[in-house]
Structure formats: structure tokens, C-alpha cells
Design a protein around this ligand. Sequence first.
Ligand SMILES: N[C@@H](CCC[C@H](N)C(=O)O)C(=O)O
Length: 271
Amino acid sequence: MSGIGFVKAHACGNDFLVIEEREAKGKHASMAQKLCARNTGIGADGIEFLDRRADGSFFLRLFNADGSEAELSGNGTRCVAAWLAASEGRQEVALGTHGGIRTCRLIERKGAEWWIESAMGVPRVMPRAIEIAGVNGVIEGAMVNVGNPHYVIFPDSEDFSSHGMSWQELGAKISVDPLFKFGTNVEFVRVLAQDQIEFRIYERGCGPTTSSGTGTCASSSAAMTLRAVARELAAVAQGGTQRVVWRDSTSEMMLTGPAEIICKGEVEFGG
Ligand SMILES: N[C@@H](CCC[C@H](N)C(=O)O)C(=O)O
């Protein structure tokens, strides 16, 4: 057994461990399953493995709580940027991911919160009605790629339920349906005002979460494209509000929100 250094951080309740890549020793998936477990591990929605490369650049590998690898996390990337700001004073940092480079800029520190603006790439929104095994009727929505895959729907009901199911039940079915070869994150979006949306998130690889950075971008870009809401939005999730700006469909989406360092320590990992 050997102690592994970790940092725990969260962005609107979407929580991550940050662990140096050299500590993983090829055991990323089992480390994520063990350390992210809420009762028997530290507890987190995923692990960001931080690789510090010889040329001075950074690369992040994100593993979900179930051990699956995702292209990236918006909130997880911001948590790493907050840690690099807190521990090394970095005001701006470019973080490579399998979904592209995300550049994060520190806007301000408010108490324990690090407010960071991230350039999140150019969302691709593809309207698409789908049929899912075990769900009655056709689901209208959009497949959205923001570096990782999302399916966004717009339920009418205030509790975000749709097709006779709670959003959690429907999200669980859509997320693993074979229609999505690599699985998908699922967002349920309601338009509250011309410049405000509210949404719920069912994440691939970890289930319901209180917030998602890429989910915020996917929900916002789908609402801008399909519901003609404003190009600057407040996106309200259970864990808090993030701000989104998307000037036009060919520009990068900018996402601003908080991240907070919770603790750091050492954890035993037997492999
Ligand atoms: N919560 C994240 C998204 C994490 C990855 C996702 N579960 C996936 O498998 O794509 C975010 O803030 O973007």
C-alpha cells in the first residue's frame, strides 16, 4: 500500500479529485471506482488526472466515478484551474483534454470561491428526435457535442419529468441506450426567461449531478439554437448558476462559474 496525494474540489456541487498522472500507474479506472465511492472511498463524481508534460504544458484525463473515461469535464477542468491558481498563482492556464484544449482564466476570488472563465470550444447542436427502448413515444431534442456527447430535451413540466417518467429515470435510460455508441450525458432544460434557463443533469458514468460545465454549455447552446433564447444566459442548475456567452454558432462558448478547493490529503490505494 502506498499513499497517493489528492486534492478534492467542487464546482456547484459537481465534485472531483485531482491526482497527479504519475500516481495512476495505469490504474486510472480502478482508482476512480474506488476513490470516488461515496461510502467506501473519498467520494467524488470523477477524477482529473493531471499530467505535467516536459514542455511545460498540462493534459487532463478524466475518469467518471464508474471507471469510464470521458473526453473532458467543464467543471472538472475549472476545479484543476482553481487548484493551479491556489497552489501556484496561475492566473491563466491552457489545459489539454481529449475533447480539445480548454483555456481557463481567473476572474476573481470571492472568499473560498475561485471564479473562472473557460473557453469551451464551439458546440455542435444537431436537432434529432429519438426513440428509446422502454419509453413510450418519440423524444424531441438535440444531440450536442461540446467535446463530449450530450442529448438535450425540453420537458414542459415544472419537475422536469417527461414521457411519464421522472428526469432521473428517463436520463438513466437515454444515457445507456445503444443509439449512443459511447453513451451520452442527458440534460432536461426549461426556459425561464429570455436570458435564463434552468436544467437538470443525468451524467454518463455517474448519474444525476448538481451541476455540469459541459452540460451547461450543451443546454445553453441547444436553447439558443432551438428556443431562440439570448446569446448571454444565466444557466441555473441545482448546485448553482453559471454564465454562458456564445456570440454566434461559429465562435467559442465562454463559461463562467465558481470552483472551491475542499481539502487535500493522502489516500491509501491498494490497486
Ligand atoms: N460533470 C462534467 C462532465 C463529466 C464527464 C461526463 N460524465 C461524461 O462522461 O462525458 C462537466 O462538468 O462537464
